[in-house]
Write a protein that binds this ligand. Structure first.
Ligand code: HAM
Length: 425
C-alpha cells in the first residue's frame, strides 16, 4: 500500500486552491446573479442517481453512457452512476416533485466522465447550467441562449461564437436518419474505423465525428436542416429571428448534433476561438422535448445548457481577461498580549472587515512576518503599551516607510477608523 503522503488527486481531477479558487467564486457568483436576473432558481440534486436515469436519459447508445460513466453498486446492491451531466437529474427531480411550470432551474454541478484526460477535458469537470421545463415557446430558446451569451460577456470573454442547428422532432428526424443511413451505406468504406462498425445503429454520431474521412463523407450527404417539417422549420426560424432581434449573432452549423440522444429541435454550442482543438466548446445545450416522457413523466418540453467552468477559466486566461474577483485580507491583527485579538477580530468581522491573525503565541517579529505574507492592507498592533493605554496601532502594510504610515487610535475608534481607511483606498 502506498504511503498516505504519496496520495494524489485521481487522474483527470484537480484540486482548486487560492488564489485560483477566487476565480471560481467569481464565475459562480456572476452566473448565480445572471440566472436570477432571468428568473431561475437554484436546484440541487444528488451527485449520484439510479443508473437508469442516465441510460434512459442520455441514451444507452451514447458514448458517455457506453464508455464513460462511473457506475457502481452500493452496499444494498443498487446500481448507481455518478452524474456525467446535469440535465437528466433535473428532469428526474421535476417528475418526482411536479413543480409548477415553467420550471426554471439553475445549477452548479460536477460532472464525471471517464475520458482520456487532456487540457480542457477531465474526469471530473464542473458545469454551470440552466434548464426550463414546461414550454416549447421559441422565446424560451432565445432566453436560454441569450443568458449564456450575456454570462460569457459578463465574465470578460470576447472571442467566442454561437453555433446553432435544429435537430427537428422525432418524426422529421426519423425520416432524415433513413436518408443519412442510405448515404452512409453507399460510402461505408470511406468512414473512420469506428464508424465503419457503428454507422448503422447510430448514423447521427457520424455527423459529430471529428475524423477527416467521416467529415468528407457527411459533407456530401443530406443535412437535417434541409429536411425539417414545417412546424420545426417555423420554430427554428422564430428562434433565429428572436436572437437576431437581441443582437445575438449565430452561425448555422448543420453538422451540430451533440452527443446525447435526448436532443430535439434547437441545439447549440458556444466555441471559444482562444481554445484550440476539440476542447473549444465552452457551453452547449438544446431542446429535449421527449426527455420527461422518456424518464416516466407526462409529455413536457424542455431546454437548457451547460457550460464548463474549467474551460471558461482556460479561455479567460488565454484571452488575458482581468481577474473576476480579488479575495484579499483587509486587516491582520498582531497581538503580543495574547488577550486582545479575539475580541477585536470579532468586532472587525461583524463590521464586514476581512481580518485574520497569527496563532500559537508567537513573537512580534514572527507575527509581523505572517502579516506581511498575508496580503492584508493594514496591520493592527497590540502590545503591552497599547493595552495599558487602551489604544491600538494601525500600520499600513503596503508602505515601505511604515513609521510614517502608522498611527495610534483609541480602542473604541478602531473599527470606524479601519472602515474609513478601507473606503478611502
Ligand atoms: P455537454 O456538451 O456534454 O452538455 O457539456 C456541457 C459543457 O461542459 C461543454 O460545453 C464543456 O464546456 C463542459 N464539459 C463537458 N465535458 C467535459 C470534460 N470532460 N471536461 C471539461 N469540460 C467538459 C451537457 O452536459 C448537457 N447536459 C448540456 C445541456 C443542458 N443540454 C441541455 N441542457
Amino acid at each position: 500500500m502506498s504511503e498516505p503522503s504519496q496520495f494524489q488527486a485521481p487522474v483527470g481531477t484537480h484540486d482548486v486552491l487560492a488564489p485560483e479558487s477566487a476565480q471560481w467564486e467569481g464565475l459562480l457568483s456572476t452566473f448565480a446573479d445572471w440566472a436570477h436576473r432571468y428568473g431561475f432558481s437554484l436546484v440541487i440534486t444528488p451527485v449520484f442517481e439510479d443508473v437508469g436515469v442516465f441510460n434512459r436519459g442520455i441514451g444507452e447508445a451514447s458514448d458517455v453512457a457506453r464508455k464513460e460513466m462511473y457506475v457502481f453498486k452500493d452496499r444494498g446492491d443498487r446500481t448507481y452512476a455518478l452524474r456525467p451531466e446535469g440535465t437528466a437529474p433535473i428532469v428526474r427531480a421535476f417528475i418526482q416533485h411536479q413543480p409548477t411550470t415553467p420550471f426554471k432551474a439553475w445549477y452548479f454541478t460536477p460532472g464525471f466522465r471517464y475520458e482520456r484526460p487532456q487540457a480542457g477535458r477531465y474526469r471530473q469537470h464542473h458545469q454551470l447550467g440552466v434548464e426550463v421545463l414546461g414550454t416549447d415557446d421559441p422565446a424560451v430558446d432565445v432566453e436560454v441562449i441569450t443568458l449564456a451569451q450575456r454570462f460569457f460577456e459578463a465574465v470578460g470573454l470576447t472571442r467566442f461564437r454561437l453555433l446553432i442547428n435544429s435537430m427537428g422532432h422525432a418524426q422529421c428526424r426519423g425520416a432524415y436518419v433513413e436518408l443519412l443511413r442510405a448515404h452512409l451505406e453507399a460510402h461505408v468504406g470511406e468512414l473512420c474505423d469506428e464508424h465503419q462498425k457503428t454507422w448503422r445503429e447510430n448514423p447521427l454520431r457520424v455527423l459529430d465525428c471529428k475524423n477527416a474521412a467521416c467529415i468528407a463523407v457527411t459533407e456530401r450527404g443530406p443535412m437535417l436542416i434541409d429536411h425539417l417539417c414545417d412546424d420545426c422549420r417555423a420554430h427554428f426560424d422564430a428562434v433565429l429571428d428572436g436572437l437576431g432581434r437581441l443582437g445575438v449573432a449565430s452561425e448555422l452549423s448543420p453538422r451540430l448534433v451533440r452527443g446525447f440522444d435526448y436532443y430535439s429541435r434547437t441545439t447549440f454550442e458556444f466555441v471559444a476561438d482562444a481554445l484550440g482543438g476539440a476542447q473549444n466548446a465552452i457551453g452547449g445545450g438544446g431542446r429535449y422535448d421527449g426527455l420527461v416522457e422518456q424518464l416516466g413523466g407526462k409529455p413536457t418540453s424542455g431546454i437548457g445548457f451547460g457550460s464548463g467552468v474549467e474551460r471558461l477559466l482556460l479561455t479567460r486566461e488565454a484571452e488575458g481577461a482581468a481577474a473576476l474577483l480579488s479575495r484579499h485580507l483587509d486587516v491582520f491583527v498582531v497581538d503580543t498580549t495574547g488577550d486582545a485579538a479575539a475580541v477585536l477580530l470579532d468586532r472587525l468581522r461583524r463590521a464586514g472587515v476581512a481580518s485574520d491573525r497569527a496563532y500559537d503565541h508567537r513573537s512580534m517579529k514572527a507575527q509581523m512576518k505572517v502579516a506581511d505574507k498575508s496580503g492584508a492592507r493594514l496591520a493592527l498592533l497590540i502590545g503591552p503599551q497599547e493595552l495599558s493605554a487602551g489604544e491600538v496601532t494601525i500600520r499600513d502594510l503596503r508602505s515601505a516607510d511604515f513609521e510614517q504610515h502608522q498611527s495610534r487610535v483609541p480602542d473604541q475608534d478602531v473599527v470606524s477608523t479601519i472602515l474609513r481607511l478601507l473606503q478611502a483606498k
